[in-house]
Design a protein around this ligand. Structure first.
Ligand SMILES: [Cu+2]
Length: 312
């Protein structure tokens, strides 16, 4: 009787584990990321590897601790006619030394990998392929492409308005440098798919901030970006889109912009002459939409472009 009850419990536990795996909607390929979203950038993927390594180590530690706990529960459980408490041990120096030294070792290892991966993710290539001047303002973004010129003078700029989400078109698999500055208050440049966020200050030199960082986008696709520093009434309207496109599309886009076309017109022109471009050449953002102040209106349905898939 007792045996069949134990067997039933074991079966139930097994079913719960199977249900947890089957209903979580994760594929086997997602498992090593332990819930971390697919990183758009090479730098973000380094952070994901750190997370996966630490998660695996934590699982190993967890299994050892749970194993010891359940071993104690079972081996030292109260039996008939046994005294109320197990034998009390006053001290055990070797055990105490081990449980002081082991956590110290764990912290040292985590610290070592944390600093190493952070340095790698922040490493700067002295010769980036594209440098973008990112200027935040209340309440939008201005992206300037260094080394480009428009007929009216100055560099190519993509500036967000209340009707248009700015789309930052970038080449895939190239080193991109972002130079951040703000026209007014503190904002924050955040693309969740980069696994990276950096505050944007009005006067970077005076405020003693490091206003440059680099990414290398590793998939074609489009990702939404936000301001992540509450900066005023329309802070939530400060969305933008980063789009990673093949080299030839990028070159065609920049030359269309240098002819004087605005961002949407240039993307349309490139899309017309490159039929395979698809949603990557959409003249408007595909991951977000302009904020409307009309509270009665419904949010428009957006059809995302190939959002960072791993298929290529
Ligand atoms: Cu802001």
């Amino acid at each position: 009787m007792a045996r069949s009850r134990a067997a039933r419990r074991l079966l139930l536990a097994g079913l719960l584990v199977v249900a947890a795996v089957v209903t979580s909607g994760c594929s086997l390929a997602d498992l090593p990321r332990y819930g971390w979203p697919l990183s758009a950038s090479v730098q973000g993927e380094k952070l994901q590897h750190l997370w996966s390594g630490m998660f695996t180590a934590a699982l190993v530690v967890g299994v050892i601790v749970w194993g010891l706990m359940f071993w104690c529960f079972i081996v030292y459980r109260k039996r008939k006619n046994s005294p109320l408490y197990p034998k009390q041990t006053r001290e055990n120096l070797p055990v105490e030394m081990v449980y002081t030294a082991v956590p110290f070792l764990m912290v040292a290892v985590i610290f070592y990998f944390g600093v190493t991966v952070q340095n790698e993710a922040l490493k700067m290539n002295p010769n980036p392929d594209v440098t973008v001047d990112v200027t935040a303002f209340k309440w939008g973004w201005d992206f300037g492409y260094e080394g480009t010129t428009v007929p009216s003078g100055g560099e190519v700029h993509t500036i967000g308005t209340s009707d248009e989400v700015p789309v930052l078109v970038l080449p895939n698999n190239k080193t991109i440098e972002y130079v951040l500055s703000s026209k007014d208050v503190v904002h924050s440049f955040w693309v969740p798919a980069f696994d990276f966020k950096r505050d944007v200050f009005p006067d970077p030199a005076k405020n003693n901030t490091d206003n440059r960082f680099q990414t290398t986008l590793q998939h074609e696709g489009a990702w939404v970006g936000h301001c992540a520093e509450l900066c005023g009434t329309y802070h939530s309207a400060m969305n933008f889109e980063v789009r990673s496109v093949p080299d030839d599309i990028y070159a065609a886009y920049i030359s269309a912009r240098e002819e004087g076309l605005d961002a949407a017109a240039a993307l349309k022109k490139v899309g017309d002459s490159h039929p395979n471009c698809g949603a990557l050449c959409s003249p408007t953002a595909t991951t977000t939409y302009p904020l409307t102040t009309n509270r009665q209106s419904k949010a428009p349905t957006i059809v995302p472009a190939n959002v960072g898939s791993n298929d290529n």
